[in-house]
Design a protein around this ligand. Structure first.
Ligand SMILES: Cc1cc2nc3c(=O)[nH]c(=O)nc-3n(C[C@H](O)[C@H](O)[C@H](O)COP(=O)(O)O)c2cc1C
Length: 148
């Protein structure tokens, strides 16, 4: 039986920039032993409850998170999924305003009662090596918090 605590990394990316960040976050989380790391675009509400930590990645389009991410959060809220006290974090690439990760973090904190990790990780367009290292650090920090 697999009883390792899970980190779920859920992201959207239209042109690959947030995807690069997601890969680095996952790499960081995987550097911690005894943590299962799952990276995907979509999870059903029940899958969210199985994770000990959920890290959302969304680029900013039209001053907002992207629709798939918004819909996933709304779907979870609609069925009143219990995520209280799970660890939550957010990241994303942007061009000029970059609202998405902060909006996500507010929802995780205020709507779902998650313990959020601040600050969010952001990159202007393509993440450089320093930004990718920050993303790895975020992944590591989250995984360290849930390992028993
Ligand atoms: C149609 C369109 C709308 C955008 N709107 C915003 C915006 O409101 N604020 C912002 O910071 N960046 C905006 N951007 C820039 C994207 O966030 C940026 O290109 C980002 O790197 C995309 O990440 P991705 O490769 O993960 O999709 C927009 C880009 C496009 C093409």
């Amino acid at each position: 039986m697999n009883t390792m605590p899970k980190v779920l990394i859920l992201y959207d990316s239209q042109t690959g920039n947030t995807e690069k960040m997601a890969e680095a976050v996952a790499e960081g989380a995987r550097s911690i032993a005894n943590v299962e790391v799952i990276v995907k675009y979509y999870a059903r509400p029940e899958e969210l409850t199985e994770a000990s930590a959920i890290i959302f990645g969304s680029p900013t389009y039209y001053h907002d998170m992207t629709l798939p991410i918004k819909q996933m959060l709304e779907e979870a809220a609609r069925v009143n999924i219990q995520l209280k006290d799970k660890i939550g974090a957010a990241f994303g690439s942007y061009g000029w305003s970059g609202e998405a990760p902060k909006l996500i973090l507010e929802i995780l904190k205020n709507r779902f009662g998650m313990k959020t990790i601040e600050p969010t990780q952001t990159a202007i367009y393509t993440p450089n090596q320093a930004k990718l290292e920050e993303c790895r650090k975020l992944g590591r920090a989250v995984a360290e918090k849930i390992v028993t």
